[in-house]
Design a protein around this ligand. Structure first.
Ligand code: SAM
Length: 156
């Protein structure tokens, strides 16, 4: 497994991002590399998504994510401890990847996984994913992160 833990996308930028890329009550959102889980929880609380999943490979961060879980009747918030390359993403419709520190050894197989997961209609990633060929690159949206501002690449 290849991992890197640096940096977070700041909450106001997540709000801005999902106003420009709206999420509906039919959507299942997944944060691939969800860290402390703050984005997964924010999306769960601030949008209508029916499910929000966070997949994180580092146990300490996963344990922090599951400390306080907001509840909302009829909807599901789910944190998974594991490698997102080994976890079935089928059912998810929108994926966010704070991939600023991910290299090609992680991004290339991730693109293949996203190609295979036909339920995913939107991918938001801080680095372009060259192997993601099933969806088209649409635009970039500037986001503020804990280290600097960055471009988020939107594929649909
Ligand atoms: C930059 S942090 C992003 C945290 C959060 N999504 C955010 O944007 O604020 C990237 C996270 O991806 C996790 N990660 C890296 N490779 C992973 C993999 N193969 N499977 C699951 N998590 C991974 C790291 O441990 C790290 O917590």
């Amino acid at each position: 497994m290849i991992t890197n833990t640096q940096g977070e996308i700041l909450a106001p930028s997540i709000e801005k991002l999902f106003k420009k890329v709206p999420l509906s009550a039919q959507d299942i959102f997944v944060d691939l590399g969800s860290g402390r889980g703050q984005i997964t929880k924010q999306v769960f609380l601030q949008t209508e998504v029916k499910e929000a999943w966070g997949i994180e490979c580092l146990e300490l961060l996963h344990l922090e994510a599951i400390k306080e879980l907001p509840v909302s009747e009829g909807r599901r918030l789910n944190f998974i401890l594991g490698d997102f390359l080994n976890y079935s993403l089928m059912g998810a419709t929108v994926a966010l990847i704070n991939s600023a520190c991910f290299g090609p050894k992680l991004l290339n197989p991730l693109g293949e996984r996203l190609n295979q997961t036909t339920s995913i209609k939107t991918v938001c990633t801080l680095r372009p994913i060259l192997t993601l060929t099933r969806l088209q690159f649409i635009k970039t949206i500037r986001v503020e992160c804990s280290w600097d501002s960055a471009l988020c690449y939107i594929y649909q």
